[in-house]
Design a protein around this ligand. Sequence first.
Ligand SMILES: NC(=O)c1ccc[n+]([C@@H]2O[C@H](COP(=O)([O-])OP(=O)(O)OC[C@H]3O[C@@H](n4cnc5c(N)ncnc54)[C@H](O)[C@@H]3O)[C@@H](O)[C@H]2O)c1
Length: 441
Amino acid sequence: MRGAGVPYRLTVLGTGYLGATHAACMAELGFEVLGLDVDPDKIARLQRGESPIWEPGLETLLRKHVGSGRLRFTTSYEEAAAFGDVHFVCVGTPQKQGEFAADVSFLDQVVDSLAPHLDRGCLVVGKSTVPVGTAQRLAARLRELAGDHVELAWNPEFLREGFAVDDTLHPDRIVLGVTSPKAEMILREVYAPLGDVPIVVTDFPTAELVKSAANAFLATKISFINAMAEVCEATQADVKLLSKALSYDERIGGRFLNPGLGFGGGCLPKDIRAFMARADELGADQALSFLREVDAINMRRRARMVDLARDMVGGSFRNRVVGVLGAAFKPNSDDIRDSPALDVAVKIGQEGGAVTVYDPVALDNARKTQPTLGYAQSALDACRDADVVLLLTEWQEFVDLSPHALGEVVAVRNIVDGRNALDAPTWREAGWIYRALGRPQ
Ligand SMILES: NC(=O)c1ccc[n+]([C@@H]2O[C@H](COP(=O)([O-])OP(=O)(O)OC[C@H]3O[C@@H](n4cnc5c(N)ncnc54)[C@H](O)[C@@H]3O)[C@@H](O)[C@H]2O)c1
């Protein structure tokens, strides 16, 4: 194993949203990196320096380091095992079908595929988000299959899609779940080029729980303000002003306090559910029962959005044209996993509305999973002849839309701002009926 002045060679196992970003950023830090995935199409694209996902700055890094030869990709575990001193595991941990629990079988597959080829000392580092207890189980499996010269560490990832490259190169903290000083030393060396970043060294369960707790907290903050939105709706108060007033309190802060359609994506929803499921197994279910409500508030926002839109078109979507702005679960991403925007669009389609969706980058992904919806290549085309326009993902392009230009193409100037992203007076002055979640009519 290299080290002590000779840089480690890194592999990244699983090159999706997390892994592709991690691989490119580790190459940017100066390491030789080999990325591996079981999806040959993804690997073929990555080998050409193309990003399989839309993530600001990622393709530039991929091209740069595939070009320099510092970053390569493969589908061969044998090659990865021979190459790597440190193996980062970045495979998915999706929600199990019909259950709250996380499906960790991809992690088991990685260990089972890699371990038989590991014939020298190395460190395997889990980055995926997992139920507490997973690392200990995988460490035992790894030891059993590969022997004592191979060690496991857990290093949860906190990057945000849309800022993934920047977050990886400038993390606000690094958590290292380790069981030996050697593993800690190796990971400190790997992350040394990042400079002065706070590092918290923990045991396995604490490292796993930090990630679950962070996501639970963020989800709770979003659902808190959306619960306030529900109360505002019942009292004709304005949740946007309420949130603004709260944000000046330094103990509360304004981030993640924007009322709207709520959270989605490949992380928060499945992570809070997996956290509840694991707490259940551990007999600690009472401690997390509040997350059930956090989840329920979040899902109610989607239903409320559909209700508002239906209300604006006269009580039924039949024979009504609906223009939907946004498909991605949040701006600056093409990720449509558990996207609130698509969920709302689909529900309205199921109620008979003629829905046309536009998103700056997520249209291809949306079309693949929801082929029955209509799609357009621009915001204006999506809203042509619309009886109501719904803003469901707060892309800057939508915030910058001219209410006059949009007003020219719609049938009726009705808009529901699902993200509280538009300036209500400007739209009302331009003749629109503007409504938003949690705000007075
Ligand atoms: N996406 C994020 O913003 C983010 C942030 C922090 C943590 N995470 C966590 O990181 C993990 C990965 O998330 P993601 O969004 O990148 O998922 P993803 O679905 O985009 O990527 C997972 C990749 O793993 C590959 N894979 C599956 N089985 C494999 C195997 N046996 N060997 C090699 N590759 C295999 C898949 O083909 C896919 O490319 C999850 O646990 C997630 O919760 C994600």
